[in-house]
Design a binder for this molecule. Structure first.
Ligand code: URA
Length: 255
């Protein structure tokens, strides 16, 4: 098989034994940072379109990919489809999110057991009512790792939406007209027990169920939406660091 058009590498670039697990970051810098600080024998596979992908070894010697989904479900859907084409069978999204529950605090991590999937790309893959559920085994492993590492976490339902501003009910933005169906939606989700907002997990989970690969998601909490709209940059390093720590511990078990 030739190189895949978007991710910029093919199965023949993956060595032997090839990786079957990918850590998938939205941000190419996070994918690079995970590879260069936490893996050994790292090789950059491609930096095509900012979809940076690195092949490296975990501390247990197993190969793993640190790849980039880009922002939002359309980009993620392309990357994930191509990762599965090159042989990836387990994907852990390592992202950031905004908490909508008081108890899920800045700097902690949110582990998604399922998503309320309000994402257009997912509708091209399965009907809207198709379950956006995470792989249960990977998800329990993320919880166990967070507990073992003493990292504060919440396990719950994630709202995955297509827009950072309108879809997450941000009014402090360039758009002066928040549609009526979005006004009050955060409070409604909060009452329904949804724990956080992010922009990729729902589509990833539906793809996992349709294609037959294992998908999970852990996000560092960088905004506390019960208090403010803006992400808090001072919280980001710790939140991301914790999410990476937990994801790597699980990768060691499943790679
Ligand atoms: N990512 C999101 O989608 N929302 C947030 O509030 C923070 C990160």
């Amino acid at each position: 098989m030739a190189r895949l058009y978007h991710i910029g590498f093919g199965p023949e670039d993956l060595g032997s034994p090839p990786p079957t697990l990918a850590l998938l970051s939205g941000d190419p810098h996070r994918a690079a940072q995970i590879a260069h600080t936490r893996l050994t024998q790292v090789r950059a596979l491609s930096e095509n379109r900012g979809l940076n992908s690195y092949l490296g070894l975990l501390p247990n010697g197993r190969p793993v990919l640190s790849a980039t989904s880009g922002m939002g479900a359309p980009s993620l859907s392309i990357v994930v489809n191509e990762l599965v084409q090159v042989g990836i069978r387990t994907i852990i999204r390592v992202g950031t999110c905004g908490s909508i529950q008081e108890s899920l605090t800045l700097g902690s991590v949110a582990i998604s057991k399922a998503a309320l999937c309000r994402q257009g790309a997912a509708n091209d893959i399965a009907p809207p009512e198709y379950p956006a559920s995470a792989d249960p085994f990977l998800t329990v492993a993320l919880v166990e790792a967070a507990q073992r590492l003493g990292i504060p976490y919440a396990l719950g339902i994630t709202a995955s939406v297509d827009t950072f501003y309108e879809g997450q009910e941000r009014t402090d933005s360039a758009n002066p007209h928040l549609l009526r169906f979005l006004q009050g939606i955060t409070e409604e989700y909060r009452r329904l027990g949804v724990i956080n907002y992010e922009m990729e997990a729902g589509t990833l989970f539906k793809m996992g169920n349709v294609y037959g690969f294992a998908a999970a998601c852990i996000c560092g909490v960088i905004a506390q939406r019960t208090k403010a709209e803006k992400p808090i940059l001072e919280a980001k390093d710790q939140a991301v660091q914790r999410a990476v720590e937990v994801a790597l511990a699980v990768a060691e078990r499943f790679a």
